[in-house]
Write a protein that binds this ligand. Structure first.
Ligand code: HEM
Length: 460
């Protein structure tokens, strides 16, 4: 009896686990095979959005696809890339969509790559209608996937992740159906847009990335020492196929991207957060990691993985922001602001003309004035702020802070620094009574000194 009861319970559980998906309202995600691809229906089907006041727009330019690579290619065997679908329709109140990616060699049933939601705004359906999740893949043999909205929403932009096929499968074709709806909670009065196929070509494989010896350094001190959450620069060759910074759409639910255009960095085998990529330089935020000592840095691009370069990981590795790389002699001067500095002409701190190449006026600081200094690698905060997340509020540093200017201890506002942006902390410091001229700035966090030989210009 019991065994039968158990199986029965399991069966009920199985039915129940499916039913909820089926019971869900379509504004919580369209039924699978609604993309308009070969073998698929569309939203504009009888009993669905083919309803009074609804319209169908074929080959619609209102749907844009960004497959994470500007040249509409994919990299066989490459890493996960962030895709973004944008639906622009001024008449819409709420939006939904469904997308599929198929092999050109089998446009009906040939799944190309693998989809995953990037956040709760999208979901992936398997071809049997079940939900594909991180813990529940599609059943064996059920290959075709459909990524779409998980709930109708007022924004027409949806982002999700795609892992390309492991090998060169020829062209990948993408179809998208979208609903620019009037928000009445029904199928009537909606504008159904169809677009595709978008064609992704296999990218040509280029040379493997190489990191220059000693090319993994703290972004602001150029020293080979980092800490969790610190900004790093990595120099070398063939480090990326493109040159750009992250886009707002790639920061999803406050989480910073771990790859751009298929370029990613691992530090001690943990994903770093990628802000800037180019063929010769990458800037990343180091991930949280309790390890200290020498750790490997590895760059992966669509063309392969670099050999590791070692960098020293410490609990705290503070580095002051300077104008290195921005203006001549920039590495000598701290990047400091006055409390009222701005981009509309109010001066920043520096000798006259220091930032003229950036069209920013500067003036020396006077004793008694407060200036704002910035650093990375500042260590723990309270409340704790994980690396790779957008910072909310201004968490305080937990380690003791000391600043000397011209060798004279300087007053630090609230005796501490504040995390103001991922990996970036700010110190409000009063210029002590020191002689006119370039005065050395020394910042210590938890007894660890920032880089040497950086100055601030003081003048009464
Ligand atoms: C990719 C295709 C589809 C998309 C993008 C889509 C999207 C949406 C959106 C955004 C809404 C909310 C409409 C509003 O509030 O004005 C909605 C509602 C609805 N859709 Fe769809 N839909 C699709 C396909 C379908 C299909 C094929 C059916 C029928 C099987 C269907 C049935 C409904 C129904 C009954 C509603 C109203 C009530 C509800 O929320 O369930 N939809 N859909």
């Amino acid at each position: 009896m019991h065994r039968e009861k158990q199986i029965y319970l399991a069966k009920i559980a199985a039915v129940l686990s499916v039913l909820p998906v089926l019971i869900y309202a379509y504004s919580f995600g369209a039924p699978r095979r609604s993309t308009g691809a070969p073998g698929d229906d569309t939203c504009f089907t009888a009993g669905c959005h083919q309803a009074p006041g609804s319209t169908l727009i074929r080959d619609s330019s209102a749907i844009q696809l960004d497959p994470g690579r500007p040249d509409m290619t994919y990299v066989p065997g490459g890493g996960k890339v962030r895709w973004t679908v944008t639906i622009s329709d001024p008449q819409a109140v709420v939006f939904g969509f469904q997308l599929t990616a198929r092999l050109e060699s089998d446009t009906r049933n040939g799944q190309a790559g693998d989809f995953e939601p990037a956040d709760s705004s999208t979901q992936v359906l398997c071809d049997d209608g079940s939900l594909k999740t991180a813990t529940q893949p599609c059943r064996p043999g059920v290959t075709v996937q459909f990524v779409g909205h998980s709930v109708r929403r007022t924004s027409g932009t949806f982002s999700f992740d795609w892992t390309p096929p492991a090998t060169n499968v020829g062209n990948v074709l993408v179809w998208i159906a979208a609903n620019a709806a009037n928000g009445n909670g029904m199928t009537s009065g909606d504008r159904i847009h169809l677009a595709g196929p978008f064609v992704l070509r296999p990218a040509a494989i280029g040379p493997r990335p190489t990191i220059a010896q000693g090319g993994a350094v703290n972004a602001w001190s150029s020293r080979p020492t980092i800490s969790s959450g610190a900004w790093m620069s990595i120099y070398g060759q063939n480090l990326a196929p493109t040159t750009r910074t992250w886009r707002a759409s790639e920061i999803v639910s406050g989480v910073l991207p771990t790859q751009l255009d298929g370029v990613s960095v691992k530090i001690n085998n943990r994903d770093a957060f990628v802000y800037y990529i180019s063929p010769t330089q990458i800037n990343v935020q180091a991930p949280d990691d309790d390890t200290t000592g020498m750790v490997p840095v590895v760059v992966a691009t669509p063309n392969g993985t670099s050999d590791p370069v070692m960098v020293e990981k410490r609990r705290i590795a503070p580095a002051l922001f300077t104008w290195a790389g921005f203006v001549p002699d920039g590495q000598r001067y701290v990047g400091a602001l006055f409390p009222d500095s701005d981009f509309s002409g109010r001066p920043w701190v520096g000798r006259p003309g220091l930032l003229a190449p950036l069209n920013i006026p500067t003036r020396p600081a006077r004793p008694g004035e407060f200036v704002l200094l910035f650093a990375t690698g500042c260590g723990d905060t309270n409340p704790a702020q994980p690396a790779g997340r957008v910072v909310s509020g201004a968490p305080r540093l937990t380690n003791p802070v000391a600043v000397r200017i011209g060798g004279v201890p300087a007053e630090v506002f609230e005796n501490t620094g504040f995390l103001i942006f991922a990996g970036e902390c700010q110190f409000n410091v009063r210029i002590p009574d020191v002689p006119d001229g370039d005065q050395r700035v020394e910042l210590q966090i938890g007894g660890v000194e920032t880089q040497q030989e950086v100055y601030i210009t003081v003048q009464r």
